[in-house]
Design a protein around this ligand. Structure first.
Ligand code: SAM
Ligand code: SF4
Length: 336
């Protein structure tokens, strides 16, 4: 079969990274992500596992090299291991370079070995605190020991673990060094994330929780020598090396417009909506073209048309002490 032209957006960015939210459901209710009483999508709205396979396989045919599975909590979707296992063929053929996931870790004790067997080599695990009580508070429904068991299982299975922690003012400020030391002691990478204005601000005031990574970094620099690394992943993370420990720390600062120009990714929701930018409302429905015909040509055309609409960047801005560019959808919708 002839090789199709790669996906290039109007700003000459090659799109080779697809993030797929496979469910909007979750076994946690993190305060910055979901409200306590969420209404989830009816099952018939979701892409089936077979449809997810077809969708991802089409993106891979069009040049996607990296697939990140997220959610909601991806590992609570029934039968999701079948999907991971079906993606193994693209790793085996060399078409796909990396299959990975972002998880809250709660189900890893059960699935880590199977993920490794399917070809997953790295996982991002979200964890904002090492204090049991605080963990229960921030996740509402989560329990820390279960996640720590999951992390143990992941490392035992041979998965490389990166911890993602949301920086929250007055919440995990004093754990800055504890979390970093803990990651170093377990040979895990660490990335700090700025809290983003997603979801309904009515319940939780995101601005109060906002702890700028500029401040966080300055606090780290009081104790350690930090060297900027040139390394970029095409995404919003910047990395520093901690000279004293050799550790690599990432900072995800979506609120400064400093990464859009190298953006290589798009996001697919569990209902088949393609978001071309995390910070914009524009999306394209890919479920209709997928279901319209068993022939992937219709879907491919819809994907190309969507990529042609990828905006230049997002409009998040806290600088005026109000939340501009706020998104009404929850992070669990697009998976972060
Ligand atoms: N359930 C999985 C997890 O928690 O890792 C995957 C989905 S979760 C939506 C993906 C990431 O988004 C997590 O690291 C979470 O901390 C982050 N996140 C959720 N809401 C956020 C917000 N308002 N601002 C910044 N990060 C957020
Ligand atoms: Fe669930 Fe992840 Fe959102 Fe927490 S951040 S509620 S674990 S989807």
């Amino acid at each position: 079969m002839e090789t199709p032209a790669p996906l290039i957006d109007p700003f000459a960015r090659a799109i080779d990274y697809l993030r797929v939210s496979v469910t909007d459901r979750c076994d946690f209710r993190c305060v910055y992500c979901m409200s306590e009483n969420m209404t989830f999508l009816p099952k018939k709205e979701l892409l089936t596992l077979e449809e997810l396979d077809r969708m991802c396989s089409t993106f891979i045919r069009l040049g996607v090299k990296k697939l990140r599975i997220t959610g909601g909590e991806p590992l609570v979707r029934k039968g999701i291991m079948t999907f991971f296992e079906s993606m193994t063929r693209h790793l085996d053929s060399g078409a796909l370079r990396e299959l990975t996931l972002t998880t809250n870790g709660s189900q890893l004790a059960r699935f880590a070995d199977q993920l490794y067997a399917a070809g997953v080599r790295r996982v991002n695990i979200s964890l904002d605190t090492l204090d049991e009580k605080k963990f229960a508070d921030i996740t509402r429904w989560g329990r820390l020991p279960q996640v720590l068991n999951g992390i143990d299982a992941a490392q035992k299975a041979g998965l490389r673990v990166k911890i993602n922690a949301v920086a929250l003012k007055g919440f995990n400020e004093e754990e800055l060094f504890t979390i970093q030391d803990w990651c170093a002691s377990r040979d895990m990478d660490l990335t700090w994330i700025e809290v983003m204005p997603m979801g309904d601000l009515g319940n939780e005031d995101r601005l109060d929780q906002y702890w700028s990574l500029k401040d966080l970094r300055a606090r780290l620099a009081e104790r350690y020598t930090l060297t900027d690394l040139a390394e970029r992943s095409g995404g919003p993370a910047r990395y520093v090396k901690v000279e004293e420990t050799g550790q690599k720390i990432g900072f995800i600062t979506p609120l400064t417009h400093n990464f859009c120009e190298s953006c290589n990714r798009v996001r697919l929701t569990c209902t088949g909506e393609l978001y071309m930018c995390l910070g914009q409302e524009d999306m394209a429905d890919l479920r209709a073209p997928l279901r319209a015909s068993p022939d992937n040509a219709v879907l491919e055309e819809a994907i190309r048309a969507a990529i042609a609409q990828k905006p230049k960047g997002h409009d998040f801005d806290y600088s005026r002490q109000t939340v501009d560019g706020q998104m009404t959808r929850h992070m669990s919708h697009t998976g972060g």
